[in-house]
Design a protein. Structure first.
Length: 348
């Protein structure tokens, strides 16, 4: 039997979770589908313990803390979660209804679809060296889920972007040794991070090697090291216990690419009034969308989620005025949130 709901949200990252909240405030029920086994999206998959500094009113929080707080915030709305499965098909039944099917055979009937899938079916760009696959997740890592795994270990970190530099700076204090390998002396990371890394190198607290990995060295089923050809054309053998590669993500839309939406460079084109795609009733918020002036920030995704929610409310109630109500004073908002009205303080 198909699950009947108002909206299906594709993606359980921070923006998808906040979308549940904005819909809930307007009395709109939602179910959430995500390919990952737990909510949180990239925040949980790539940097659960990495600090985030640009969430309003939260001076610092980790990806896991942000996810936990969002899950607590949306709890009153009792959204259905369907994890570890992809949306395989979206069919338009009529002008007001869609059928959504997942890779696990679940089926939904809804009035709108919101795609909040981040970078889509993102995959880390892998080390382009033969024979590395058996060591993935054991000694070769494309993400850091548990930093304590690397305490007291000899590490080699590959890459020159923000992720590589962030983890160099985060792991250097707890690792036994750190060697950063990058193809050039030019880095794409924040200048402050690069400066801190170079200061550690100058203080002999870590090493920087300019070059490219050309091969690996193994002993039985253990990965022992890599071969690196340097800028001086000399090949060096670098040993380690763990190898961390941060070459960025390769965005892949997956089944979304087959839904007939307007796509530009693997992103869904939307308007900035409703954040609706080229297919009426299908919306896109967060990193998956594109429009003039787009900025890939979590806080921008939160703004998009709010406007998309109001647009969907208007779609579900054609011709009716959608009143803006504030959670501070609105009895309807208090009821939906399950909280007691705020007590008014009078001056003595």
């Amino acid at each position: 039997m198909a699950i009947e709901t108002d909206v299906v949200i594709v993606g359980a990252g921070p923006v998808g979770l906040f979308q549940v909240f904005e819909l809930g405030l307007l009395g709109i029920k939602a179910h959430v589908i995500d390919a990952l086994p737990v909510p949180g999206g990239q925040c949980i998959e790539l940097y659960p313990d990495k600090p985030i500094y640009d969430i309003p009113a939260l001076p610092i929080c980790t990806g896991k803390e942000l996810t936990d707080n969002l899950m607590q915030q949306i709890a009153p709305f009792q959204a259905g979660f369907h994890l570890d499965q992809e949306v395989a098909v979206v069919d338009k039944l009529d002008e007001q209804h869609f059928r959504v099917g997942t890779s696990k055979g679940k089926e939904f009937r809804c009035r709108a679809v919101i795609i909040a899938a981040g970078l889509g079916a993102f995959q880390p760009r892998k080390l382009p060296v033969a024979g590395t696959e058996p060591y993935e997740g054991r000694q070769l890592h494309y993400a850091v889920k548990h930093p304590e795994t690397f305490r007291g270990k000899d590490l080699v970190i590959l890459g020159g972007g923000d992720s590589a530099l962030d983890w160099v700076l985060a792991l250097q204090p707890i690792a036994h040794s750190v060697v950063l390998i990058h193809r050039s002396n030019e880095f794409r990371a924040a200048p402050a991070s690069v400066a801190k890394m170079r200061a550690l190198v100058d203080a002999h607290q870590m090493q920087l090697l300019i070059g490219n990995v050309t091969g690996i060295r193994t002993e039985g089923d253990v990965l022992r090291g890599v071969h690196v050809i340097g800028a001086d054309s000399v090949t060096r053998a670098i040993d380690f216990e763990h190898l961390l590669a941060f070459y960025g993500l390769s965005p892949k839309l997956g089944p979304i690419a087959q839904w007939g939406l307007g796509i530009d460079k693997n992103q869904i084109v939307v308007d900035t009034e409703r954040f609706e795609s080229s297919v009426p009733g299908i919306y896109a918020v967060g990193d998956i969308n594109t429009y003039p002036g787009k900025k890939k920030l979590i806080l921008c995704g939160f703004h998009e989620a709010a406007l998309a929610a109001f647009a969907i409310k208007a779609r579900m109630n054609p011709g009716a005025k959608v009143h803006l109500q504030y959670t501070t004073t609105s009895p309807i908002m208090h009821q939906r949130l399950g909280v007691s009205p705020a007590v008014e303080l009078t001056a003595i």
